[in-house]
Ligand binder design. Structure first.
Ligand code: ATP
Ligand code: MG
Length: 283
């Protein structure tokens, strides 16, 4: 049995639960109890505040966990990063009232900075040789300058709209973060095996995320020209159609690549192009 710590609510909760669901690991959320066993996989889910996840995994109370890299860095917990999961992307930045003149980090000398991430900020200030006062608050950091609590803030930014709303301007980005799967460093063989199985499923989903399954019809004499445009997983499948002189070509390509080549495919005579989502890819 592998115990996985996940955020009980908040920004990472839904994406984490979707990843488990897509991996066919069925955890019922309805009970909202602290510890829930999956119905069809040797995993139990421990629902926690994100602040508690790094230490819980480092101590071995949970074997693995899903948490923001920022939270892991802040807590300095001794856990192994197994995968970057891609969701929950954000950055940790310093921001000032928008009318302040800012040239370089010396601006912060002697200033007061409000944050929920004092450890990361302290490390950065030290690396810059700057002395500043850190004012730790656990929420609504963005209003600190407006109410005279601090000269600047150090906080999570994703779109930047919260900063704009509060008349703030981002001046330094200190770190980028996304959700990471972390593990205790001393998992036994049985737990490692369950983790490997879970990773196999996570990876299959991640591999499929940016890929599309593409089907198209092509005149027989254009098959070579069209397949030359299509980078497949191995090589495209080409099948004859009932109508003579026509083929159906199937392949898997990066969505981004698809938009680049669609015009060329049509110019070579491709017709009836179908583009479909892929759930999982096992490579
Ligand atoms: P908890 O109640 O579990 O302590 P929290 O309020 O501390 O939750 P959330 O706001 O739910 O934390 O954010 C959890 C994580 O989501 C952050 O640590 C960060 O890694 C990530 N995240 C991604 N985008 C954002 C964003 N725009 N604002 C805040 N966090 C974000
Ligand atoms: Mg928290």
């Amino acid at each position: 049995m592998l115990r996985i710590a996940v955020q009980s609510k908040g920004r990472l909760h839904d994406d984490t639960m979707s990843l488990l669901r897509e991996s066919d690991i069925k955890v019922s959320e309805s009970k909202r109890t602290l510890l829930v066993r999956a119905r069809n996989f040797p995993i139990e889910t421990l629902f926690l505040r994100d602040d508690d996840i790094p230490a819980t995994v480092a101590d071995g109370v949970a074997d693995v966990g899903i948490v923001g890299l920022n939270e892991l860095e802040e807590k300095g917990a001794n856990a192994e990063i197994i995968r970057h999961l891609g969701f929950g992307a954000c950055r940790l930045s310093l921001a000032l009232p928008k009318d302040e003149t800012y040239n370089d980090p010396t601006w912060f000398e002697g200033k007061t900075i409000a944050t929920s991430y004092p450890a990361i900020l302290r490390r950065w200030l030290k690396s810059q040789g700057i002395n500043a006062t850190i004012h730790v608050i656990s929420g609504s950091v963005e209003i600190s300058t407006g109410v005279g609590l601090a000269d600047a803030i150090f906080d999570i930014v994703s779109s930047g709209s919260t900063l704009v709303t509060n008349n703030l301007r981002e001046v330094e980005t200190i770190m980028h973060s996304d959700a990471v799967l972390i593990a205790n460093k001393q998992l036994d063989a049985e737990k490692r095996a369950v983790l490997e199985e879970m990773l196999f499923r996570f990876d299959a989903i991640k591999n499929a995320e940016t890929k599309k399954y593409v089907l198209l019809n092509a005149p027989q004499n254009k098959v070579e020209a069209i397949t030359a445009l299509l980078p497949g997983v191995k090589s495209p499948t080409v099948m004859p159609l009932a109508e003579s002189g026509w083929c159906s070509i199937h392949t898997v390509i990066d969505e981004e690549r698809f938009w680049e080549i669609i015009g060329k495919l049509k110019a070579e005579g491709a017709q009836g192009i179908l583009v479909m989502d892929i759930e999982k890819i096992i490579v």
